[in-house]
Structures are given as structure tokens and as C-alpha cells.
Write a protein that binds this ligand. Structure first.
Ligand SMILES: NC(=O)c1ccc[n+]([C@@H]2O[C@H](COP(=O)([O-])OP(=O)(O)OC[C@H]3O[C@@H](n4cnc5c(N)ncnc54)[C@H](O)[C@@H]3O)[C@@H](O)[C@H]2O)c1
Length: 338
């Protein structure tokens, strides 16, 4: 797949920027949209964009997906053949204190993307959902067909809403849509609001890290961490595989995209300490305080990736040690730490 005109929203974001790079390198035209909001350090978004601006086949449009007329104009002018909607307000905890922006970006914004795909048909609309739709689901590994009717944060509710809206538009207007439930994605140039990044910041600020597992290591939290290159590989493979509407099927589907290899939070933290020790060439031990779980957090996320594997052959390749090493090497270099 190398001849498409691909619109990526959230292109200055963590996943969007890696995906754009891969698709540009395989010869596609990428039109990137992002509103460059200041939810986290905008310098990081600018750095990611600067890397992309070196490609002739890349075009950046600074705009907001919650503005319908602007988004319709982007579709009219750029004529994308494939759309990958990653723009969203992310973060579970932030949705507790700042709910409005989730409705604007995640619900109204996604509605605008669907409307634009209705007016200017595309071969495939891929959009980001989230593992958080599984809420407090106890049946691990999480499977796509599990019931996900009980979201425990507005962020999760907004993503579940996206899945239902996509199904409706596929049903009514025959738009092929694929939703991706991402499971904690990490890597270099990642999101500063995520734990591995925040822990590293705290180490250099000489502050303790807060671990929300109550200090209960027997019943530690489990997370399925997925390295960003693996995510990019999975998404790239899916682009040319839109769900079919043959035999009267609604061309709408959903995949987990994760690692199928959950890690205890404490093991994750020691792996991060080891990686940072290697990057700095000195022993690193985080100061730690243990606190109860936060509202909206879930005890375990763990993906079944059988469905995606069957269709694409996708299997994550990056062990946690290797992925975190790439993150800490990047961090130390980018922020000039010693
Ligand atoms: N990283 C993860 O672990 C993870 C897990 C589950 C789901 N997701 C989802 O994947 C997608 C990408 O995540 P990410 O980690 O790259 O996040 P990110 O915050 O780094 O990227 C999102 C980008 O979208 C942009 N954006 C936000 N609202 C916008 C709007 N209204 N109009 C235009 N641009 C807007 C932001 O400026 C940002 O650059 C998001 O939809 C997120 O909810 C990510």
C-alpha cells in the first residue's frame, strides 16, 4: 500500500507522528491535521512535526476536528482516499477534571470526520478507540466481543460512543470503518502524561513516583504495554484491509491492538529503572510512594490479539526491555540529561 492519499488527524501526536513517518516512507501522500493543543508540552508536538516536514509528500494543516466546516473543506480540497482518525483528548484522569474537551474533540470531532466521509467517500476510515472501553472487565484477556457497556470514565465513554457512531455510519452510508482499541502505547517521543514518562521526569526532578497499587504487590496492577513501532506495523497492515460489505455485511469492525503479554506494574518500574541506569551509565532507583487506585483506573488491561493476528498476521515484536531502552536513550538525549 503506497499510493494512497492518507489523512491522519492527530498527526503531531505520539502515535500519529510515528504512523505518518512510516506511511510517508512507503510512498504515500500524508495530509496531517492537528490543533497542537497544550494538553502537554507543545515543543514535543513541534519536534515530531519538524521530523515529518522533511518529507516532500507530507502536508500539515493546523486545524481542529471539532470545527465541522473546516474539516469538510479539508476533505473537499485534499480528497483523502484513506482517513486515520487519531485526534482526541486522551487520558483517563484528565477526563475527571476536564470533561468538556472530551465531548468537543472525541464526540463532536469524530462526528465531523464521519460526516466528511459521508460527503466525500473514502476507501477506509480507521479510528482510535481504547482498551479503556473494557472498564472493570474481569475476563482476561479482553476480547472484542466482550460486553463493553460499563465505561468507568468519560474518556472511555467517548471512545465507546465512537465505536457506535462508526457502526451507524457504516450501516447507513456503507463507509468501511475499523476501530482500534489501543493498549498502553509507549516509546521515544511518547506522551508526557503517561506513567513511564512521568516517572522519568520525577527521577530527574528528585521527586518520588506515586504508584497507585496500594503497595499491594500480590495483587499488583497489570498492564499490556505495546511499543509504538508494533502499533504502527499493525495499523499499516490494516489500511488495505477494509471490512467488506459483501453478503449484506455492515462494513464495520473493531480490533484490539496490544501486546498479549501483561506486565506487573512493579516489574515495569524495575525494567524502567534498569533501562535508565544503562542510558545514564549509573545506578538509578526511583523514590516510591504507594497510593490507592484512582477513580477511573482499571486493575488489569490485557488484550487478546487473535482477531487482528488472523486478518493481518500481526504479532508485536518488541520486548519491554528493548522498548523502554529506546525510550530512556531518547529521553536522555532529547532533554540532555546526565
Ligand atoms: N497512547 C496510548 O497508549 C493510547 C491508548 C489508547 C488509545 N489511544 C488513542 O490513540 C489516539 C492517539 O493517541 P496518542 O497517544 O498519540 O495521543 P496524543 O495526545 O499524543 O495525540 C493526539 C493528538 O491529537 C491532537 N488533537 C487533540 N484534539 C484535537 C482536535 N480537536 N483537533 C485536532 N487535533 C486534536 C493533539 O494535539 C495531539 O497532537 C488518541 O485517540 C488516543 O485516545 C492512545
Amino acid at each position: 500500500m503506497n499510493n494512497e492519499n492518507i489523512l491522519i488527524t492527530g498527526v503531531a501526536g505520539f502515535i500519529g507522528s510515528f504512523l505518518a513517518k512510516r506511511l510517508l516512507e512507503s510512498g504515500n501522500v500524508v495530509i496531517g491535521v492537528d490543533n497542537l493543543n497544550d494538553y502537554y508540552d507543545t515543543n514535543l508536538k513541534e519536534s515530531r512535526l519538524n521530523n515529518l516536514q522533511t518529507y516532500d509528500n507530507f502536508k500539515f494543516i493546523k486545524s481542529d476536528i471539532s470545527k465541522k466546516e473546516i474539516i469538510l473543506d479539508v476533505f473537499k480540497n485534499e480528497k483523502p482516499t484513506v482517513v486515520i482518525n487519531l485526534a482526541a483528548q486522551a487520558g483517563v484522569r484528565y477526563s475527571i477534571v476536564n470533561p468538556d474537551v472530551y465531548m468537543e474533540s472525541n464526540v463532536q470531532g469524530f462526528f465531523n470526520i464521519l460526516e466528511a466521509c459521508r460527503k466525500y467517500p473514502v476507501k477506509h476510515l480507521i479510528y482510535a478507540s481504547s482498551s479503556s472501553v473494557y472498564g472493570n472487565n474481569k475476563n482476561v484477556p479482553f476480547k472484542e466481543e466482550d460486553r463493553v457497556d460499563y465505561p468507568v470514565s468519560l474518556y472511555a465513554a467517548s471512545k465507546k460512543t465512537n465505536e457506535m457512531m462508526a457502526y451507524t455510519y457504516s450501516h447507513l452510508y456503507n463507509i468501511p470503518t475499523t476501530g482500534l482499541r489501543f493498549f498502553t502505547v509507549y516509546g521515544p517521543m511518547g506522551r508526557p502524561d503517561m506513567a513511564y514518562f512521568g516517572f522519568t521526569d520525577k527521577f530527574f526532578n528528585n521527586e518520588p513516583i506515586a504508584i497507585y497499587n496500594n503497595g499491594d504487590f500480590e495483587n499488583d496492577l497489570y498492564r499490556d504495554f505495546t511499543y509504538v513501532d508494533d502499533i504502527v506495523e499493525g495499523v499499516s497492515r490494516l489500511i488495505s484491509l477494509p471490512p467488506s460489505s459483501e453478503d449484506g455485511n455492515v462494513p464495520s469492525t473493531i480490533f484490539n491492538i496490544g501486546n498479549n503479554n501483561p506486565v506487573k506494574l512493579m516489574d515495569f518500574i524495575s525494567t524502567l529503572e534498569n533501562a535508565l541506569s544503562k542510558s545514564l551509565n549509573r545506578e538509578v532507583t526511583f523514590q516510591k510512594v504507594f497510593e490507592p487506585m484512582k477513580p477511573g483506573d482499571v486493575p488489569a488491561t490485557y488484550a487478546s490479539i487473535e482477531k487482528l493476528n488472523k486478518i493481518t498476521g500481526f504479532k508485536p515484536q518488541t520486548p519491554l526491555e528493548k522498548g523502554l531502552q529506546k525510550f530512556t536513550d531518547w529521553y536522555v538525549d532529547y532533554y540532555k540529561k546526565k
